[in-house]
Design a protein around this ligand. Structure first.
Ligand SMILES: *Cc1c(COP(=O)(O)O)cnc(C)c1O
Length: 382
């Protein structure tokens, strides 16, 4: 059986975890936490990086930092993971769902402006499969209407956006919005030992408050830097920081990020090459990487013509020992939210919910296994 996903160990994880354990400092914000955060700030130019216990937690911190009032509206794609919407909903905001693009599952930036009202405060682009949303268009809307942008970059580690306004620049995803959230869940490109995340603060205005929210509403960070002479309860917050054991695990993965990415991209490209003839025949469509985006090989997916064909293909692959899986159900038609949704049809989201299938993609998958999966697909479509 080829599983859909399998977490990868670089070899150094247990060593660094052992070091953290025997250093006698296990709680958060120790040596490994600081090393990971410095790594992210140096590699991607993030103004401030704070490790969290999950991507969901990082999104919750983003929502708290946006300082939402009851009645405030947040624009979120419907084809995404629950946490993208939930983090804002639990701060009392109204979630307004947007449709995906025809070309890929990312939010359709062309539909956002019509959803903006005087109550709109935040836009939350999700870089699905690690492929950038149309950030020039989204940032321009944010500027025009004075909105905040929170990038859900949960799947987007080491992926980039190529701006075409002014001097053309290439920027890491997570560095463009005012705030961003990454996930290090075991299904993502790198993991903090099963669960983990990262809050990114790019806008200076949020740095101080982010540190306070992170440490249970206290100004402990400022105290340890000697900036205040006592610390106490100064704001809202929670315990968002992970243990040093998780940070140690993540550090081992960061040290090997280049190798992890190179291997994942090789597997992804192999799928693309070998399945292109079937896509050209119209059996399915393959991931579309727009001219402004790069590929971080987070996911390889196919979009089939309809639900019946997808169900049949998943069944066939399973019978032949391959774990292929569908992905999100549109949030606007979920059990929890459909009655609260304003009733607008979001046809692209529904299409991806019915027709998208993800193929196995993880570091320890071999080129031969990818070839065998492609051969199965070729046989199936003969
Ligand atoms: C994985 C994921 C999350 C949640 O991250 P966790 O670390 O599992 O909490 C949020 N949004 C998207 C788009 C994701 O893929």
């Amino acid at each position: 059986m080829i599983n859909f996903n399998q977490p990868h160990l670089t070899g150094k994880e247990a060593h660094y975890m052992y070091e953290a354990v025997y250093a006698g400092k296990l709680s958060g914000n120790g040596k490994f936490t600081k090393a990971c955060q410095a790594w992210f700030e140096q590699h991607y130019g993030f103004r401030k990086a704070l490790l969290t216990t999950s991507g969901t937690d990082a999104l919750e911190m983003c929502a708290m930092l946006c300082d939402l009032k009851p009645g405030d509206e947040v624009i979120v794609p419907s084809y995404t993971f629950v946490s993208t919407a939930l983090a804002f909903l639990r701060e009392g905001a109204k979630v307004v769902f947007a449709d995906s693009m025809q070309r890929n599952p990312n939010i359709d930036a062309q539909t956002i402006e019509a959803l903006i009202t005087p109550h709109t405060k935040v836009i939350v682009p999700v870089h699905y499969a690690g492929v950038a949303c149309d950030m020039d268009a989204i940032m321009a809307l944010a500027e025009k209407y004075n909105l905040l942008v929170v990038e859900d970059a949960a799947q987007a580690i080491d992926s980039y956006y190529k701006s075409n306004t002014g001097k053309s620049t290439i920027r890491p995803l997570g560095s463009i919005g005012h705030l961003a959230a990454f996930s290090f869940h075991e299904t993502k490109n790198i993991t903090a030992g099963g669960e983990g995340g990262l809050l990114v603060v790019n806008d200076e205005r949020f740095v101080r408050r982010a540190e306070i929210l992170w440490e249970k509403g206290t100004n402990r960070a400022e105290f340890f830097r000697g900036e205040v002479n006592k610390y106490g309860w100064v704001d809202m917050g929670s315990s968002f920081l992970p243990s040093e054991v998780n940070a140690a695990f993540l550090y081992a993965q960061l040290e090997n990020l280049d190798a992890i990415q190179a291997k994942r991209k090789a597997l992804w490209n192999r799928y693309y090459q070998h399945l292109k003839p079937l896509a050209d025949k119209g059996c399915f469509t393959m991931p579309d990487i727009p001219e402004y985006a790069t590929n971080n090989a987070h996911m390889f997916y196919l979009v089939l013509p309809d639900l019946e064909q997808r169900t049949a293909l998943i069944k066939y692959l399973k019978e032949n020992g391959v774990g292929a899986v569908f992905h999100y159900l549109s949030l606007h038609s979920s059990e929890y939210y459909h009655a609260k949704h304003d009733g607008r049809a979001l046809p692209q989201c529904d299409r991806y919910a019915d027709c998208l299938v993800r193929l196995p993609l993880f570091f320890d998958l071999t080129i031969e296994q990818v070839d065998s999966i492609c051969d199965l697909l070729k046989t199936y479509y003969q």
